[in-house]
Every structure is written in structure tokens, then in C-alpha cells.
Design a protein around this ligand. Structure first.
Ligand code: GTP
Ligand code: MG
Length: 508
């Protein structure tokens, strides 16, 4: 007992009870801290290589019906179940690839059983990706089961070769092993079966079935064909798939959510179930002691790339105040720091606007008339295109927003803000030609640091702003790109900026 009740009713806890309680409190505090940290952590993954494996077919069964007074019943082995397929679906409630596993495996079909019991089909697996994901095939791959069966299946499918080549375990042990991976036998009949004339007939039948199955798959409409069957073969290792990417010859941009009634895009088809022994009955041979194993499921390597959809993107050099501006315009809790590269991953925020184009706060009674999704990008620096700083891979998210807002630091620490725009334009163009044409507005941030105090300082600030406007005109000519001085930190001139953003969003 951890506590004692005294004669007058009071309860005295032993030191042990206090220790247990303090451990429990510690655990609770730690759990709360973990939850808070996880909420803050940016589990954001935007590129991923996924190994996809469809389920293998279940094996057919070799069995004969037995019951009272029926000692030698007919062949009664069930067929194996089909392996599960793998699909990809586009889900609007997901915003990162962080939860997509690196290896997706569908369930195998179950084996057939005696008394004509067919195996159950394997459960399909589905990869859920956010809207705006590009799915690219890196090629189909060979799985272990396919590697085992492939030599024999290829041999059997070409009927002419089958007639001319006899499989002799001593001369062609590989082919003989591969054959034993395709057929199942009644106990103790393995060696005999191959020698029988009946087996040759069964082999021919299997070859016909395989060809018919192939032809059926080929003639399916394109939407029902699997991505693996439309891809090229690749020897690419999944672990360095992105480092040495190969083009599998198939890619798709998933820009619309998949309707609930649709299973999604078929990536890899499950293997067909094996045939039970009744399938090999012949007119003159009623006791086939053979069945086939299930066919291997398709396997595939996929590259997923997620481009975040946003209406506007904030781009600029490090420390320009992009994250501070995003916090000012939305409820996003983007990290702000007085050092470069505070932002390592794109942040998203939603700007809510009223009917008159004013920014709505939580307390605003006006109804919301427009929402703009604003993305805050990590800082770009000179030669980012040559992988300096964070590189500029993250700019892929900008490809899906039609408007870019350039944020420059106009404070006293930055004597030529125009030069920042020159660097920015060059880097945007280096990432993708024509991307800088999307810059529709220049925000001159940290204006609160200018013109403090004397009138001379004020006129100097005015001059700096005029010079910046001149640089912007020269850089983006013949387009007129407005320059809006603001202070994101002190929330100065934000109304005017919001009006401009509202106008710009309506121009598109
Ligand atoms: N005085 C003043 N400081 C600002 C203003 N806006 C941002 N800052 C400061 O500038 C520093 C950088 O701000 P961030 O918002 O992190 O800049 P960023 O562009 O997101 O930086 P990176 O993420 O590194 O690219 C912080 O110390 C901010 O407090 C402003 O309007 N006035
Ligand atoms: Mg930032």
C-alpha cells in the first residue's frame, strides 16, 4: 500500500506514493512538450521515391474429392486468389508527402483449397498524395518471385522454343529450377509428373493461357492499364533512385482530387491466381496431379514530387522579412529570426479578404469574400542555381502560382536594394526561364528603419525609395511593377499592400 489511513480519517501518503506521483507528472509534462514540439515541427516532404509491389497471386491447389463411399473422387483443387493491386489517389486533406511510406506492398492472394475452394483476392493498397503531386515512373523492376519464374515463363510462352528445347535438370539447371517455381505437384509426384505426356499437354495449355492473358491486358483501355505495364524496365536501386533517376516513360500531374467512387490510378497490377488441378483435366486423363503457382505481382519504382498550390509566393533574399510579412498577412506561425536561412521549407498562410479588399482579422464582423494562399519561400542568394545556400529546388512550389511578390530590405543596412532585385531576377530565370515575369509587386520592407528623426533622414529615405522605383522600372520594363514601402514588423502601410495584392490577384 502506498498510503495509510490514520484513526481520525486522514490519509498519509508514503514517500513511495509521492515518487510515483512526481514521475507521472513528469511524464505528463514531457508528453505535453512533445505534442507542442511536434505541432511546431515542419514534417514537410515534397519529393519521395516509392517502391511499389503489387500482391502475388495465390497458388492453385492439387486435391481430389473424397467423401464416404467415394474413394477416388474427381480433381477438386481450387484456383488461387488474385494479388492486390496498388493505386494512387489524390486526397485534398493531405498537404505533404510525409506520410507516404517508402515501400507500398499490396496483399497476396490466398491459395486455393480442396473441394473447389478458390483463394481470396489480396487487399489492394493505395498511396494517398496531396493535390498537385506529380507521379513519375522510374521504371518497372524485377521482384524475387518474377526473377524465379521469368526464365521458364518466357520459355513456355514461345511455343516453338518449347518444342525444340527439352528441359534437362543436368544441362539447364536454371530453367529446371524456374519450372519448379511455377508448378505445384501432388505429394511424391514431383519427379514423375514432368516425365508424363500429360504434362506436355498441360504446359501447352498454360502457354495458351499466358498468351491470352497478355493479349487481354494489352487490349484493355489505357485508363485500365497499369503504370508498370506502360513503363520501361529499370535496374535503378530504390535507395539512390533520385540520385540516378531514369525516365520510366510515364508521368502524370494529379491536379484534381480523385472522386470517392474511383479507386485511383492503377500503378501495379496484382498477379493472377494459379490454376487448381481441375484446370488440367484432359479427355483421356482425369487425375491431373499438377497445379500452378500464382503469377508474380508487378513492381515499380515511382518518384513523387509535390508542388504546393498557392496564389502568391513571397520571394527575396534572406532576412528581407518574408516570414514576418506572412505572419502579418495571415495566421501562419512562420519562424522569424535575425539570421539568414531561418526558413528552410516553404510556409503557407491564408489571407482572408473582405468585399472591399481589406484584410480580415478573426474579430472582423464582415463576411469573407476572397481567400489568397500565400507561400513564404526560403531565402534565395546569388548563385543559388549553382547550389549555393539552400539551392533553389524549393522554387518548384512557385511554378504553380501565377503571382510572385518580391520582398526587399530597404533598411539602412542595405544601401542598394535594387541590386537584390537584380540577383533575384537572375536566380528566378536560372531556375526557369520566364519565371521572373510573374513578379507583379515589389515590397520594400523595413521602411520603419528609414527616415527616423531629422528631415534630412526623411529626404534620404525618400530618395532611396525613388531610386528603388527607378531600378524596378528598368528591370521589369516594359511591365509596370508597383513598389509598396511597408514595415511588416510594425504593421505599417499594410492596408495599402493588401489593396495592391487584391488588385494584382484580380488582374490574373
Ligand atoms: N525593423 C524591422 N525589422 C524587420 C521587419 N521585418 C522583418 N524584420 C526583422 O528582420 C529579421 C528577418 O526577418 P524574417 O521574417 O525571418 O526574414 P526572412 O526573409 O523570412 O528570412 P529567411 O527566412 O532567412 O529568408 C527578423 O529579425 C525580423 O524581426 C520590419 O519591417 N522592420
Ligand atoms: Mg523566413
Amino acid at each position: 500500500m502506498a498510503c495509510t489511513r490514520l484513526w481520525y480519517g486522514a490519509v498519509v501518503r508514503s514517500p513511495c506514493a509521492f515518487r510515483v506521483r512526481s514521475v507521472a507528472i513528469d511524464a505528463q509534462v514531457k508528453r505535453k512538450a512533445d505534442v507542442a514540439r511536434n505541432r511546431k515541427a515542419r514534417h514537410f516532404v515534397d519529393t519521395l521515391v516509392v517502391e511499389v509491389q503489387a500482391g502475388h497471386g495465390g497458388d492453385g491447389c492439387v486435391s481430389f474429392h473424397r467423401e464416404k463411399y467415394v474413394q477416388l473422387g474427381p480433381a477438386a483443387g481450387g484456383h488461387g486468389g488474385t494479388g492486390g493491386h496498388v493505386y494512387v489517389r489524390c486526397d485534398p486533406s493531405i498537404h505533404s508527402l510525409a506520410r507516404v511510406p517508402k515501400r507500398v506492398v499490396a496483399q497476396n492472394g490466398t491459395h486455393g483449397e480442396g473441394d473447389w475452394l478458390h483463394g481470396k483476392g489480396g487487399r489492394s493498397a493505395t498511396i494517398h498524395v496531396p493535390v498537385g503531386t506529380t507521379v513519375r515512373s522510374l521504371g518497372w523492376t524485377t521482384n524475387e518471385r518474377l526473377a524465379q519464374a521469368q526464365p521458364y515463363l518466357a520459355h513456355v510462352k514461345s511455343a516453338r522454343a518449347r518444342k525444340s528445347v527439352v528441359i534437362d535438370p543436368t544441362t539447364t539447371p536454371e530453367l529446371a529450377h524456374s519450372r519448379s517455381c511455377v508448378w505445384r505437384h501432388f505429394p511424391r509426384f514431383e519427379d514423375d509428373n514432368y516425365e508424363r505426356a500429360h504434362f506436355a499437354a498441360a504446359e501447352t495449355k498454360l502457354a495458351q493461357e499466358l498468351r491470352a492473358y497478355r493479349a487481354m491486358l494489352r487490349h484493355l483501355p489505357e485508363s485500365q492499364q497499369s503504370v508498370a505495364s506502360q513503363s520501361r524496365w529499370t535496374a535503378c536501386d530504390p535507395r539512390d533512385g533520385m540520385q540516378s533517376p531514369q525516365d520510366g516513360g510515364w508521368s502524370l500531374d494529379l491536379l484534381e482530387p480523385t472522386p470517392p467512387s474511383d479507386p485511383g490510378v492503377l500503378l501495379a497490377r496484382g498477379g493472377a491466381g494459379g490454376f487448381g488441378n481441375p484446370h488440367f483435366l484432359l479427355e483421356r486423363y482425369h487425375a491431373p496431379k499438377i497445379a500452378t503457382r500464382g503469377m508474380p505481382g508487378e513492381s515499380l519504382l515511382l518518384a513523387l514530387e509535390y508542388k504546393q498550390p498557392s496564389d502568391m509566393g513571397l520571394v527575396g533574399l534572406p532576412n528581407a522579412g518574408k516570414s514576418t510579412l506572412l505572419r502579418c498577412l495571415s495566421r501562419a506561425d512562420a519562424e522569424v529570426g535575425s539570421y539568414s536561412f531561418t526558413t528552410l521549407r516553404p510556409n503557407l498562410g491564408v489571407m482572408r479578404l473582405g468585399a472591399d479588399g481589406h484584410l480580415l482579422t478573426e474579430q472582423s464582423p464582415q463576411p469573407e469574400s476572397q481567400r489568397l494562399v500565400v507561400a513564404d519561400m526560403p531565402g534565395l542568394i546569388e548563385d543559388a542555381s549553382r547550389d549555393r545556400g539552400l539551392g533553389h529546388d524549393f522554387l518548384r512550389h512557385m511554378e504553380r502560382c501565377s503571382t510572385l511578390v518580391a520582398v526587399v530590405d530597404i533598411g539602412p543596412m542595405n544601401p542598394r536594394p535594387g541590386m537584390d532585385l537584380v540577383i533575384l531576377r537572375r536566380e528566378l530565370e536560372a531556375y526557369r526561364a520566364g519565371l521572373s515575369d510573374r513578379v507583379a509587386l515589389v515590397v520594400a520592407n523595413k521602411a520603419d528603419l528609414l527616415g527616423e528623426g531629422s528631415s534630412a533622414a526623411r529626404s534620404e529615405a525618400q530618395e532611396k525609395l525613388t531610386k528603388l522605383r527607378y531600378d524596378v522600372d528598368a528591370l521589369f520594363s516594359p511591365r509596370a511593377v508597383p513598389v509598396v514601402p511597408i514595415s511588416a514588423k510594425r504593421h505599417l502601410n499594410i492596408d495599402r499592400l493588401v489593396q495592391q495584392l487584391h488588385q494584382v490577384s484580380h488582374q490574373d
